[in-house]
Ligand binder design. Structure first.
Ligand SMILES: Cc1ncc(COP(=O)(O)O)c(C=O)c1O
Length: 322
């Protein structure tokens, strides 16, 4: 049976060029990037090259990139790192953090935990297309608000948020702005300077890189607290011996996704629109979820009122379609 994989928002296969780039760093250049002897050299150079590759895709500076174990850790570090730096605000009225009700669990569950610790969180509602309401955002800001965290694009319905406007609001109100760009990276050109983004999370396995590696962009001069303590790697913000093969994979995946952005966008958008048209025209009671235009190029998300979602998933799976 021919199998068809349509779930690239969940994960992607690792690109052959990425595997090739990673291979030498398993057993040829296996040194510890933090060692003092010369075996460190190749590993350290690879680490810094990858930092540059990631920085380039965001128009960031190398020193603003910190490697993590993936999108979940990047989100945790961004939110907790800023919250713990602002612990003295815990007894103020809040909200301390403003986020949206449709964030990935990596943000929502982190927020719930911060709430248990006493921080006050505002979850913005979204309209029928899944877009946050900028008026509600403005109304929610108080003098106690120190962080806004709104995802760049949603992992289920693909809706792209008005990141430029949110960045402007955050900057004008002197509030740190974090965005989870795990789904957007490699699909939308991102310039952290132009968009006034202070922190941004990415994950390698969504862009044809290996699983278990990601990065957090942290604007220079922004001080946050580490959530993993240890040997002081990554400027003391993320201790633990660096996963050099994984980081090399992430760097290469970023480089490739930048090179291929225009070509892939045109190709994938064509496929997406063909799929959307085909489903809506041929299946009764089918509807498109998310925004008709402001959506990820690789996202088509439907609602079928005549069939229960799980049954549809299982029957498609039996036909080899994921
Ligand atoms: C929007 C978003 N944020 C965070 C994550 C978590 O990333 P990771 O799987 O690298 O921990 C995902 C993965 O599904 C995601 O789609």
């Amino acid at each position: 049976m021919k199998r068809i994989y349509l779930d690239h928002a969940a994960t992607t296969p690792v690109d052959k060029e990425v595997i090739e780039a990673m291979l030498p760093y398993f057993s040829e250049y296996y040194g510890n990037a933090s060692s003092l002897h010369s075996f460190r050299k190749e590993a350290y150079e690879a680490l810094e090259k990858s930092r540059e590759q990631v920085a380039r895709i965001l128009n960031a500076e190398n020193k603003e990139i910190l490697f993590t174990s993936g999108g979940t850790e990047s989100d945790n570090l961004a939110l907790k790192g800023v919250a713990y730096k602002n612990r003295d605000k815990i007894n103020t009225k809040g909200p301390h953090i403003i986020t949206s009700s449709i964030e990935h669990p990596a943000v929502l569950e982190t927020c719930k935990n911060l709430e248990k610790e006493g921080f006050k969180i505002k979850y913005l509602s979204v309209n029928k297309y899944g877009v946050v309401d900028l008026d509600e955002l403005l109304e929610s800001i108080t003098k106690d608000t120190f962080l806004i965290s709104i995802m760049f694009a949603n992992n289920e319905i693909g809706t792209i948020q008005p990141i430029e406007e949110i960045g402007k609001i955050a900057r004008e109100n002197d509030i740190i702005f974090h965005t989870d760009a795990v789904q957007a990276i490699g699909k939308i050109p991102i310039d952290v300077k132009k968009l006034n983004i202070d922190m941004l999370s990415i994950s390698s396995h969504k862009i044809y890189g290996p699983k278990g590696v990601g990065a957090l962009f942290i604007r220079k001069n922004l001080n946050i607290k580490p959530i993993i303590n240890g040997g002081g790697h990554e400027r003391g913000l993320r201790s633990g011996t660096e996963n050099i093969p994984g980081i090399v994979g992430l760097g290469k995946a970023c480089e490739l996704s930048m090179e291929r952005l225009d070509r892939d966008t045109r190709y994938i958008m064509g496929l997406r629109d063909k799929l959307i048209k085909g489903v809506l025209e041929n299946i009764e009671e089918s509807y498109l979820n998310g925004h008709p235009k402001d959506r990820l190029v690789n996202n088509a998300h439907f609602r079928f009122t005549a069939i229960e979602g799980e049954s549809l998933l299982i029957s498609l799976d039996e036909k080899g379609i994921a």
